[in-house]
Design a protein around this ligand. Structure first.
Ligand code: SF4
Length: 252
């Protein structure tokens, strides 16, 4: 049985993208190989946390890591409610623990739960290894000025992200592609990404960054969002602009 490192397990509403508002059970995997400057999950960078917090219906529980896949799914099932849309595998970066994720996803399937992965798409090989176990995938496209990686590694990251989108669409996964946009995101950048995505049947989300406290001025204004959305609409049929709802609702 596989075991791995989880930061949190909780039930909430999806706060990002095309499935915003759906109730999900979130499994937050520990660790992320990227370093986006706006990251709102600093705990994601500890790839070996000693403890996982399960936010229960009435009490919180602290569980020692590493956890077995069976224990993870038992806690997820404990949080199950009649409105649950799916289990959301998030991070951090779930692709860092592929076999562990795969085993949890298989156990979830056997319990008639749908699987939804949120990933930066940093490794197409890792994504390919578990794609067959997912019904939904939300794949990020990072822009160079997100500073997710050194500039010299950016082209490789971008190629992996595009390949993940291709794999997801080819396998019939309901695929959402999300780009975080900032005040200085240009129309040319969005056009270049959308040209590369034009051949794929995807839902495309422009997500205005939620400005971190130390950088209050990085969020785009409404006019910038209208402009970027119009650019995307020239290449893609299903374009939406959605901020992070959970930040407005003050929930996880
Ligand atoms: S990919 Fe996500 S978790 Fe990783 S650094 Fe970027 S925003 Fe943070």
């Amino acid at each position: 049985m596989e075991s791995g490192y989880i930061a949190e397990i909780f039930s909430s509403f999806q706060g990002e993208g095309a499935y915003t508002g759906r109730r999900q059970i979130f499994i937050r995997f520990a660790g992320c190989p990227l370093s986006c400057f706006y990251c709102d999950t600093p705990s994601a960078h500890d790839s070996r946390p000693k403890l996982c917090t399960v936010f229960g219906k009435s009490n919180n529980h602290v569980i020692e890591n590493p956890m077995t896949s069976q224990l993870v799914i038992e806690w997820a099932n404990e949080l199950r409610t009649p409105d649950v849309h799916s289990i959301c595998y998030t991070g951090g970066e779930p692709l860092l623990q592929t076999e562990f994720v795969k085993q949890i996803a298989r156990e979830a399937e056997s319990m008639q739960l749908n699987n939804f992965i949120e990933t930066s798409g940093y490794s197409a090989r890792a994504f390919a290894a578990l794609a067959e176990d997912f019904e939904f995938a939300s794949i990020d496209i990072k822009l160079k000025h997100h500073r997710a990686v050194e500039d010299s590694n950016y082209d490789r990251l971008y190629a992996n992200e595009l390949e993940c989108v291709k794999i997801a669409v080819d396998r019939g996964i309901d695929t959402i592609v999300k780009v975080v946009v900032l005040k200085d995101t240009t129309a040319d950048e969005i056009e270049a990404v959308c040209r590369d995505l034009a051949e794929f049947d995807i839902k495309f989300v422009l997500q205005p960054v939620t400005a971190p406290h130390h950088l209050p001025d990085v969020a785009p204004g409404a006019n910038e969002l209208f402009r970027l959305s119009e650019v995307a609409g020239r290449f893609l049929t299903d374009v939406m602009v959605i901020p992070q709802l959970h930040k407005f609702m003050h929930i996880q």
